[in-house]
Each structure stands twice: as C-alpha cells, then as structure tokens.
Design a protein around this ligand. Structure first.
Ligand code: SF4
Length: 673
C-alpha cells in the first residue's frame, strides 16, 4: 500500500525513509521551557514513522522572533536545550530539522524590522526599515542560528521564506519599496533569500539538510508571478538548498488555505508547476490529511514529498499505521484548527481536538489499568466515544449505549454542513476503533437508571437538547429546529430567517445556502468562489475578477439578540472565513433584536431594551438555532438513586456545542479510573 508515499528518498549524504515530512507547527511547546516535554512530543512522532520533522519556528534574534519571549536559537544554553530534543528523536529513529523563522513585519513586538516601513494588517506594530548594516545583521543571525542548530544535533534547518514572513517581504513590491541593492528589480529583491541560503550552506558544510520554504502562490495583491517563483527556486537550488518546501498564501491573505472548507490537496497543482524546473526534491503541502490523498498527490507527480503538519497532531503514528495497512485506524485531522492554530493565536499551548494527548504526551499517558473495570457509557457522541476508546485501550470492558441507531451524536449533523465533510471521516474512525478495541455497542436503546447496575463506572454523555426560545408562534408549521434541517432534512422555503448566530446558526445558514453542492469537494468551484487562479496566468494567483460566488440556493437572514458583530465567538482562525462566506452569499446579518412573534408573514422583531422599531423579516421558514441545554435527565435519575456517575460533554456544559472540550474531558476521565 502507498508505494509512492513509503518510498525512501536519497538526498545524497543521507536517506529519508519515506516521503512524509512533518511540517512546522508553532505549538508553543518550546516556550514552556520544559525540554523533556518538547522532546517527547517529537520523539513520539519519530516513533510513528515520519521521515523528517520540522520544528516550530525558532527566532534567530530578538527583532525577528514572532513574539517577545518566543523561543530563539542564539546561545550555548539554547544549543544544550535543543540537544535534548535531537537526541531523543535520534534515539527514536527519526530525523529533525529546526525551522528558522524571522517574522519581519509579522513579529508581534515594537522592535520588528522589515525591508520597508509598511505595517502589516495583522500586527499593530509598524516595522523599522532596515539599513544596510541592519540587513547584514539579520543574515548573520540567521546563519548563526543554523550553525547552532547543527551543533545541537539537528539534521538540518528549514529557512522560512514563505507565508509573508521576513524573506518573503523582500521579494515583492507589496512590502519592499527599497531603491538600494535590496529593492527595485526582482534580482535585487531576491538577493536576501539567496544570500541567506548561500551563506548558510557555506557555514554548515555539505552534509546538512537545508530546506527552503518558498511561497509558490502569495494570494496577496502585488505578490510574485510564477516566473519569479521559478527563477527564485532555481537560484535557491544554486545557493545550496537541499529541498524546496511549498508555502501557500501570506498570513494576511483573505483566502483560506488550510481550513476544513478548503478542498483536500487544494494547492498540490501549484507545487506541480515547479516540478521539473529544479533538480532538488520539492515538497507540497496544505490539506493533505490521509495516506490516500498523500499517495495520490505523489503518484500524480505533484511533488517528491508531502508535508503534513496537523495530521501528525491528530495521530503520531500516521505513517506506521499506513505502512501496516491500518490506514482506517489513523485518527483523522479534520482541519478544524480549534485546538491547534486557534490555541496558537490565542496564546495557548497547542493540542488537537481529535487527540487531546497531542503536546501533552508526558501528562496524558495511556497505560493499562491495574484492575480492569466494567464501564457503561450512555451517549455515543464525541464525549462518550472518546471515553470509550481510551477506557478500552486501558483494558476496561466498555459498553456504549445510545438511543440513536448510529454513533456520532452531534457529529452526524456537523458532517451535513458544506465545508465540514471531514466529520464523516471522524465518525468512521470512531466506528473502526470501537470495533477494533472490542467495545460493546448497544444502539437504538433508551437506557434508564435501572439498566446501569452491575457496572463499576457509569459515564453520562447524553449531550444536549435545543433550548426553548419561547417565541410566540414557534410551534407553527413554518418553524423548524436545526435538528429538523440538518438531521431530518425537512423541506425549507426559499426565504429563511435563522434565529441564533452561534456556531450552529452559521452552520445551518451555510447548509441552506449551498444545499447539495459543497465547494469543499469541488476544487474549480472553490477556486472561483474565492478568486484563486493559476499564478502562471495572474500574479500572486489572484483572479482579476475577484471572488465569484455561486448563486445561493436561498435568501437567508441570520439574527442574534446580541448587538455585537456576528460570529465574534467563532474560532480565531476560521471565524473570518465563515463570516466572509455568508457575506459573499448575500446573508443579511441582523443583531440586537428581540424576537416578538412568528406568523404567516414571517418573523417579527424589535430592537433594543425599549423594543423599538418593530420590523418584519419576511420569510417562508424560520429555523431555530437558539442554543442548547444539557440533557441531564438520566444523570439526575441516577443521583436520586444514589448511584455515582460521571457527567461529561454537553450533558455537563451545554454553552455551545464543543467537541474539543467533550473529547478532552472524555479522554481525561478515562485515564482517571
Ligand atoms: Fe486537525 Fe483540528 Fe486537531 Fe488541529 S485541532 S490538528 S485542525 S483535528
């Protein structure tokens, strides 16, 4: 299986055992200064069979670090700390390269520097323009970081030249307004990246991997043309790079590049355009999350290697499982960003929604229980399923009950939403794991307190029920709940008012707008919708006509009681995508409303505490997405009988449907008994 993905890659002085690179992720682990924990994170992935890993971005100096206090490679102490990591990875049979990340104007601090004083839209700090001496210092510091990385035992470095960071900022006129030898013509603008690679190679010698991460499609105005990309790649090869890795889009681009609504392997075709232009290996990346997708990308000649980052959080054993023919047992990354990038950008340590052990390897250790127990779990949603899997892995005898005749709970509704198709894979994975671990499933059964005697541990994961918003007229035929829409597929009219703009309100709106045709599974449609085109035809890969969204299926008004902007509480790194999608499709956002009544004409609302400005939202259907309440009836019944139980997931806290919290809570509970 997967002959292309599992084929070794000879780099001349060393051989990579397969074609899978674990791409760089800023996990925040290095900043914990707990180097044992950092080492265990990488060693776990090395044991899982990945050929080469790249660390999170490490700063070469203060001004280039992503944040004040971010990890740097500048001293003997840093070398000693990083040596703990490299030694553990090598012991585990792996290889690891350190990413040198100079953030330039993206550095979140007042000392940031750049080719020109052009402030980035994603940082409040205007950068200082570097003079000749300042540029020299940056080169020296980057080269020094590479030399120290070599001393620390790394197998190589990745020089971060994409995503709109420092080196990328020199390449394009968008950010480089200089008129000296570092600006103006393209030859001048690419001088810095080339110089960095050339001097790094000179300093580290021949037998050390240098990966250059090159932006192949900038997706920002005035970005590179593809001819410039090819020219740079050739020069980077000449300057001494071992491998070229793909970067897609600057961080300030307003086009999603890795979110779950981006089609799988959506940008592999961009990397393919570079194949044959250079003679060193080329890596592709972005939304490759299964061995099948990786194999297909490689077999179709898009690249020599694939980079997967988040999938290695979801399952450290990705490669080994694929090699053993157990691809269906790989915990899938659903590209939600909820516990990885949203954490990173929220200043929290990274983990993974699907795998709470990610970055917590030293804390959450799955060991066989000293005394196996009989465990009953009521509810086969994410909380119950994650408890079941971890409990079974520990050797407990687990029975899962659910009144529904399928597992997955609310995940089954999420998977209906266009752009959330990855949830299908997550439910499938749970099904495979339950069977593999011998969990007894009792589906289609309502369970009462009396059915749960004889178990040592009882876990209540009965989830949530929709909150009753008590709107006069809500029992009329033109009113549906989100469950009616997403699960029961009841007919919905052409003009719809959606009550509640939380995650479910957004999901339902997207479902109603796209019904039946998801851009996430149709790459040409997705590219058209977001205005992405061939960078060989248009600079930076931006279509001159801009986004061309397909005509929506319905006219949707999305309402909320709060007066603040819609979608403020959605994920940090994905909320903007949901807002932009709905706006593109003409959704009318209305906030600060009181719901007065529903009648034949539609929904009647008023505004503010004084209930002013009565307004009719004329519509055929009203969909209630007004929050949920915990379903605790069974837990209460057990408590009344004096039967101890654990209440987790939505049954515990219903605030917003939150699979991340549910899975984390379930996993931790199963490690506690
Ligand atoms: Fe993937 Fe979501 Fe886990 Fe991040 S949190 S690694 S996106 S499944």
């Amino acid at each position: 299986a997967y002959p292309h993905m599992l084929a070794p890659l000879d780099l001349g002085f060393t051989t990579l055992k397969n074609r899978v690179l674990m791409g760089s992720m800023h996990t925040g682990l290095e900043e914990t200064r707990d180097w044992n924990r950092v080492a265990e994170f990488y060693a776990d992935r090395a044991r899982g069979g990945v050929a080469l890993m790249v660390t999170g971005g490490i700063g070469p100096n203060m001004e280039g670090s992503v944040l004040p206090g971010a990890a740097m490679m500048t001293s003997d102490k840093d070398v000693a700390n990083h040596s703990i990591v490299t030694a553990r990875v090598h012991e585990a049979g792996g290889k690891i390269a350190m990413q040198i990340l100079h953030a330039g104007r993206y550095a979140y601090g007042p000392k940031c520097v750049a080719p020109s004083p052009v402030k980035s839209p994603i940082s409040p700090f205007p950068p200082t323009e570097l003079d000749e001496e300042g540029i020299e210092k940056q080169i020296t510091d980057i080269v020094n970081a590479a030399v120290l990385a070599q001393q620390a035992g790394y197998d190589g470095v990745e020089i971060m030249g994409s995503e709109g960071y420092f080196l990328n900022q020199f390449l394009v006129t968008h950010t480089n307004k200089r008129t000296d030898r570092w600006g103006g013509s393209y030859e001048n603008r690419m001088r810095l990246p080339i110089e960095v690679v050339r001097r790094t190679r000179e300093a580290v010698g021949r037998d050390f991997i240098i990966i250059y991460r090159l932006s192949m499609i900038d997706l920002v105005p005035n970005g590179s043309t593809f001819d410039e990309v090819v020219q740079l790649a050739k020069e980077i090869e000449k300057a001494g790079a071992t491998i070229i890795n793909t970067g897609i889009g600057w961080h300030e681009a307003r086009i999603p590049t890795i979110a779950t609504s981006v089609p799988r392997a959506a940008f592999a075709w961009v990397t393919k355009k570079l194949m044959g232009q250079v003679s060193i290996p080329v890596i592709t990346s972005n939304r490759i999350n299964t061995p099948e997708v990786a194999e297909e990308v490689l077999a179709s000649g898009c690249a020599d290697m694939v980079s997967m980052a988040r999938p290695m959080l979801a399952d450290a054993d990705f490669v080994n499982k694929a090699a053993a023919g157990q691809g269906d047992r790989i915990a899938p990354c659903i590209a939600c960003n909820q516990a990885c990038l949203d954490h990173t950008f929220g200043g929290k340590l990274t983990s993974c929604l699907v795998n709470p052990r990610a970055c917590h390897e030293t804390e959450l250790v799955v060991e066989k229980a000293a005394a196996p127990k009989k465990v009953a779990i009521v509810g086969a949603g994410p909380a119950g399923l994650s408890t079941a899997i971890t409990a079974a892995q520990r050797g407990h005898a687990v029975t899962v009950f659910d009144k529904s005749d399928e597992i997955g709970g609310q995940l089954n509704m999420a998977k209906q939403v266009p752009g959330k198709e990855e949830f299908w894979g997550l439910v499938d994975w749970y099904r495979v794991m339950l069977a593999d671990l011998g969990v007894t499933l009792k589906l289609g059964q309502s369970v009462g307190a009396d059915d749960l005697s004889g178990f040592d541990e009882v876990v209540i994961a009965t989830g949530v029920s929709p909150r009753d918003p008590a709107i006069p007229g809500q029992d009329r035929a033109n009113v549906l709940s989100y469950i009616d829409v997403l699960r029961h597929k009841k007919p919905v009219g052409k003009r719809v008012a959606v009550i509640g703009a939380g995650g479910i309100g957004f999901d339902v709106s997207e479902f109603l707008l796209e019904e039946g045709h998801s851009p996430a599974t149709d790459l040409p449609l997705w590219m058209k919708e977001w205005g992405v085109t061939d960078p060989g035809e248009h600079r930076s890969g931006l279509a001159p006509e801009g986004p061309q969204p397909a005509k929506p299926e319905r006219e949707v008004t999305l309402l909320q009681r709060k007066a603040k902007a819609h979608g403020k509480d959605l994920g940090k790194t994905t909320g903007w995508i949901h807002r932009a999608t709905l706006k593109m499709k003409g959704v009318n956002f209305v906030g600060g409303v009181n719901y007065e009544k529903i009648d034949d004409e539609g929904l009647h609302v008023s505004f503010g505490e004084a209930r002013e400005n009565p307004t009719l939202i004329a519509c055929d259907t009203v969909v209630l997405c007004a929050g949920q309440v915990s379903d605790r009836s069974l837990a209460d019944a057990l408590e009344a009988k004096g039967v101890p139980c654990h209440v987790i997931g939505g049954a515990d806290v219903a605030a917003e449907l939150d699979a991340k919290r549910a899975i984390n809570q379930g996993t931790r509970l199963a490690l506690s008994f």
